[in-house]
Design a protein around this ligand. Sequence first.
Ligand SMILES: [Zn+2]
Length: 488
Amino acid sequence: MSAEIELGADDVRAARALLQWSQADLAKAAGVGVSTIADFEKGTRTPIANNLSATRRAFEVAGVTFTPTGPTIYSELSLYILTQTGGTEMRFRYAAEGATAVQDVVSVFGTTDGNTIELDAVQSASPALKGSIDKLVERHGGAVPQLNKLKQIIGRLADGEYFLLLPAQPETSAGRLEVERFLHGLNHPDEKPEGDELFGVLLTHYDIANPRTDRLTVIGKDLLPRRCRFCNRTSADGATFKKAAHVIPTALGNDHLKSAQECDDCNEYFGCDTEPSLIAMLDIQRVFLGTQGRGKVDGRPKLWFGEDVLVHDGSKVNITAQTVRHDPSGALTVELGKGASLTPSAVYRALTKMVLSVVADDQLPFLKETINWVRHTPNTDRLLPKVATAVVFLPPDPSAQLTVYTRRAPHPRLPHIVGEFRLGCYMYVFAVPFSQQDEWDLVGYFDEEDFQATFKHYALAGRWDHQDLSRQSKVSMTPRLKFVPKTK
Ligand SMILES: [Zn+2]
């Protein structure tokens, strides 16, 4: 926070008015006595420093920013508009007085009900919509200049042409391809190949979050005071936030996606307890992908399996192994020694932890047991669903990607939260266990009819393996690599 404005009685009254809080509401949020607030506003008593800063914090947590001209509320609405010719990211950052403008924008594309905004993903550039946008620009174009850009984008579309309105740009290549195909299908119903409407089914059931990993993204960086998602502490409770908490371990090639809501203690716990298992499980994959981490050999992995060594030299993988068998068919089999040990359930917890780092704040209250399992009580007797893995086409950017699907409404058989982790061509799909929004243990969810009908794009991957990661003791991998000569 830069240059703090000293909080005066007028600021407190004005901020309460913005939030429509009573003195009692504020007292409760700040954890101070009602009389403290009442006396301060009357000017009869200045609160002690602690109470004053607690009052400020309560307002800031609720979204109030104190500026020299008085308190205001900033909010942000971001949209990703995908047309046939490309996508545009738009961010509307607005103070309280701009809220009506944004509400007007929303009402053109969907509905608002109190604090809930419902935008329809599928939009048509009808003459009526173009007319509404013209009116928006007339009314708010001065205060919200992005509207002019919006008008340009929609104005270029043919009457009735479909476009998509998404909460964020799809991050995974598979996701992007799917959305583009879906849009193409809408605009070219005659040539629509079978199965292309399926992303629409997914969008009706799930919100999809793809935090960007190609540039610095810090989850929760604007939320003050900082509160750790995993131990629920703030600095007032003794938590420190000195280290950059990576959402995806750097050994898996991510240096961009970070969290401001993970304290140093929790960061250390995950770094020692859970993440090494995930990294060990992906040893073979990251060697073959040449995943750039930090450290030795230009950050490229050099791994020991017993006496055997696998190293990616920047262009190819060099294998030094004791046991190499030549098959009469021409195939070559390399039996590697023992790799790094890992705890299967820690792999599951590490995958889940990444999701917990990026899932929307309003979902966290339903995930208390999940957080407890990931951070505090790793051993559980409860059943865990299996983790689905597949090899998919290699995207141009083989760095780690994370996609989080959050169910939009209650459903008896679809998981509340599904995570998708992708390292190059290796994809892991898993349900986040122990959510209060799930009424069952999710075991076998992947093969459920409802899941298959909703996540149809996973059928494109072909073969899925289902790994049981419930084991709570250490195991070691002794991988066997088989190289088969290309025929024809
Ligand atoms: Zn913590």
